[in-house]
Design a protein around this ligand. Structure first.
Ligand code: SF4
Length: 345
């Protein structure tokens, strides 16, 4: 039987949808939990299944407790060195915690965390980064050392009768990440959280992450993922979902097609796409929307789309499956598009 991890109502592992994660980018202490809960809902509508928070100090406890109680998706507490923060986060309702047992200190501390997670039905991610590995095994090479170390910790968990675990092996080097995940997959069916760490600014991260995660996912490796970015959480989620959609691993949702523009463009596709992107991607519809720059090629190229928008400086045209359904002033284009989509739901 395959190993699975259960994180609230989310199941991670073979045979289950691959989930997309992001990480909250600001401190919990002093935050406004109600606003964070709202932001989580909007991330969820973009396709986010799981969100992680750095849990650093006792001051994080109350906001985290409130967020865990009201978030529409499971919440994960990221623990660095202090085992007591892991216990506190679990007590506050963490659905999962992420630890590197190598940073926690004595093995008995990790055992205590595992016992508390088991008592509360929470999952644990064993998260290893290339920068935080045992010092004495570097001769093996980073990927082998990461895989060996994770398997050793997994043995501890097994000996304590705890199987609700996920493993992540991450490096900022995409090749090392792929090799480490492959090694682990050849030796264990533990669910894997995959991602390239410190992957850079949005465009650079999207390229690195797509190549590395695409390689792994095509081989059937990876049960949950994060596209780490020096950028917005929303973009991390959009990139993660798009990787899955491009590989045919996630079907639902709006697919945006937009032309790059050329010298013929009369409609500003860049500004319009920016304006409508999040709203479109938040719709619970399985449709393609094309945003095209000119009337010369736009309508023809957009024929395969469910909805298309193109235009000239003073007029914007809307199409439904290649048939013109309306023309509006540019400032009305956004609402007209969403009205058309909404009316024909
Ligand atoms: S749709 Fe028009 S503006 Fe866009 S790339 Fe094609 S020819 Fe150029």
């Amino acid at each position: 039987m395959e190993r699975l991890a259960r994180v609230r109502d989310l199941v991670i592992g073979k045979g289950h949808p691959i989930s997309v994660q992001t990480m909250y980018d600001s401190p919990l202490a002093g935050s406004d939990p109600a606003r964070i809960v709202e932001r989580i809902s909007s991330l969820h509508s973009l396709g986010c299944d799981l969100i992680r928070f750095s849990f650093i100090s006792p001051e994080d406890a109350e906001p985290f407790r409130c967020i865990a109680a009201h978030s529409v998706i499971p919440v994960v507490a990221d623990i660095h060195f202090d085992w007591r923060m892991a216990l506190l986060a679990l007590e506050c309702g963490a659905d999962k915690i992420r630890i590197n047992p190598g940073n926690i200190g004595e093995r008995s501390r990790t055992h205590e965390i595992v016992r508390a997670a088991a008592d509360r039905g929470a999952a644990i991610r064993i998260g290893l980064n290339s920068g935080s590995l045992p010092k004495d095994g570097k001769g093996r090479g980073v990927p082998a050392l990461m895989a060996d170390t994770a398997l050793e910790y997994l043995d501890w968990f097994d000996s304590w009768g705890f199987s609700n675990a996920v493993v992540s092996l991450k490096s900022s080097d995409a090749g090392e990440t792929v090799e480490a995940c492959r090694l682990l997959s050849s030796r264990s069916d533990v669910p894997q959280h995959i991602g390239v760490t410190e992957a850079g600014s949005p465009v650079i991260s999207a390229v690195r992450s797509s190549l590395a995660l695409g390689d792994l996912l095509r081989s059937g490796i990876g049960d949950t993922l994060r596209v780490s970015m020096t950028g917005d959480m929303e973009d991390e989620v959009i990139a993660g979902v798009e990787i899955l959609r491009t590989l045919g691993l996630r079907k639902k949702g709006v697919r945006i097609v937009s032309c790059p523009r050329c010298g013929r463009h009369a409609f500003d596709t860049i500004a319009f796409e920016r304006r409508v992107r999040q709203r479109l991607l938040s719709l619970d519809r399985d449709i393609t929307v094309a945003i095209m720059g000119c009337l010369v090629n736009g309508p023809g190229e957009a024929k395969g789309a469910d909805y298309a928008v193109t235009g000239m400086k003073d007029k914007v045209y809307l199409y439904r499956k290649g048939v013109l359904i309306g023309q509006v002033d540019p400032q009305e284009a956004e609402e007209a598009l969403f009205e058309a989509i909404g009316n024909e739901g």
